[in-house]
Design a protein around this ligand. Structure first.
Ligand SMILES: Cc1cc2nc3c(=O)[nH]c(=O)nc-3n(C[C@H](O)[C@H](O)[C@H](O)COP(=O)(O)OP(=O)(O)OC[C@H]3O[C@@H](n4cnc5c(N)ncnc54)[C@H](O)[C@@H]3O)c2cc1C
Ligand code: FES
Length: 360
């Protein structure tokens, strides 16, 4: 007890001092003019004091920032070769040992206080901002809406099936990631499926305020999750919720290309009210003998009159998937579902390096 009181007092004083230093840094510190050199080529001159991510956005360099700069997605990685200062505790969970060795940092966490030298991959520099008009909004389920954005400037987008774009929340520098649901050969518009996250900034704005005919800005395309067209292997897709979006884009694309690969699509939902695109996927099944769609409900209600598969999607995969090394997999949906599905796929002979996924 005698020791505990001084320790508590010291801890409180340290916390207050840290808070005061942070406030002083925010409102008093001036870092003057700083130069940011990108890929030994482009140089930005800015007034220091803000995050690297915000300067890049101001310069129309659209690094992925799916959490809106909160340091919770780990998507805004780039190499800070000089001047980044020490790694912050907020960055560590998102950086591998290799990342740290190669000076990778989170752009939203690095505050610009002096000159910086950056290396940014060319594909990220190629991401564009698209001015769009909301062409159509449709309810798909009780909490998922489909949005179609007609591209105004530039008028076309090139992306790989499976990739995502970011929606910019108006009057903010906040972005959220949404997988493209439309096929990659439809270049003049972008279709997104957005689930309403209770209390969520962007999904609430899109569900409750955004209207047909309004202007909206998207950036992209982004993402390492995309169809590997060169592969000859059969395809297993696993989706849940809005994970339908990139999988639908991949399947649409494969059919348009006349793919003869066997494609099996497992889709997990809780109840019938969470299912959508059933008619379209049924039609695909009728038109393409090489396609099988297997939806499953984990908690069907009596009034659902559900005669299909019941159980977790992983249990249904166990039942239907044959053991074969000649298959690769595309997974998209909630993290626990993906982690469990990876276990099933590897037990069925799928090479772990040929299991591609986006968790959200
Ligand atoms: C690569 C990628 C692709 C994505 N594709 C899609 C897509 O196609 N459709 C889609 O609807 N979403 C998708 N997301 C998720 C999307 O980017 C947003 O995170 C989501 O819409 C919530 O944003 P928000 O601004 O409404 O909530 P925020 O204001 O960011 O969050 C509000 C609260 O909700 C929590 N929260 C955030 N996201 C979720 C979530 N997904 N489920 C439950 N709680 C959450 C947060 O922890 C926070 O407490 C994708 C994410 C990534 C990284
Ligand atoms: S961690 Fe999400 S934007 Fe930086």
């Amino acid at each position: 007890m005698v020791l505990v009181v001084p320790i508590l007092v010291m801890t409180s004083i340290s916390a207050v001092l840290a808070g005061l230093l942070a406030l002083a840094d925010k409102y008093i510190a001036s870092y003057g003019e700083c130069n940011i050199l990108i890929n030994k080529d482009k140089q930005l001159t800015i007034e220091g004091g803000n995050t690297l991510l915000s300067y890049l956005i101001d310069e129309r360099i659209f690094i992925p920032s799916a959490c809106g700069g909160k340091g919770t997605c780990g998507y805004c990685k780039l190499k800070v070769l000089e001047g980044g200062g020490p790694l912050l505790p907020t960055e560590v969970p998102y950086l591998s040992r290799q990342d740290i060795l190669h000076s990778v940092r989170l752009a939203c966490q690095v505050k610009v206080k002096n000159n910086l030298e950056l290396a940014i991959p060319e594909d990220l520099l190629a991401a564009q901002q698209f001015k769009t008009v909301v062409e159509r909004i449709e309810d798909l389920t009780h909490d998922i809406k489909m949005f179609v954005f007609k591209l105004v400037e530039p008028t076309e987008i090139n992306f790989k099936p499976g990739q995502y774009v970011q929606f910019c929340i108006p009057d903010t520098n906040e972005f959220r990631a949404y997988s493209v649901a439309s096929p990659a050969d439809r270049k003049e518009s972008i279709e997104l499926l957005v689930r309403l996250v209770p209390g969520g900034l962007c999904s609430t704005y899109m569900h409750e305020a955004l209207e047909e005919g309004e202007q909206a800005y998207l950036t992209g395309p982004y993402g390492e999750f995309f169809l590997h067209e060169e592969s000859q292997k059969d395809i297993v897709c696993v989706g849940g919720g809005c994970g339908m979006a990139p999988i639908k884009s991949i399947i649409d694309y494969l059919f348009k290309k006349g793919s003869q690969k066997n494609i099996t699509y497992f889709f997990g939902a809780r109840q019938k009210r969470d299912l959508f695109y059933l008619e379209e996927l049924d039609r695909f099944e009728k038109e393409h003998q090489n396609f099988k769609f297997i939806p499953a409900l984990s908690e069907p209600l009596p009034e659902d009159n559900w005669t299909g598969e019941v159980g977790l999607i992983t249990q249904v995969m166990q039942k239907h998937l044959k053991h074969s090394k000649n298959q690769e997999a595309y997974l998209c949906g909630p993290a626990p579902m993906i982690d469990a599905a990876i276990g099933v796929l590897t037990s069925k002979g799928v090479n772990v390096n040929e299991i591609y996924y986006d968790k959200f």
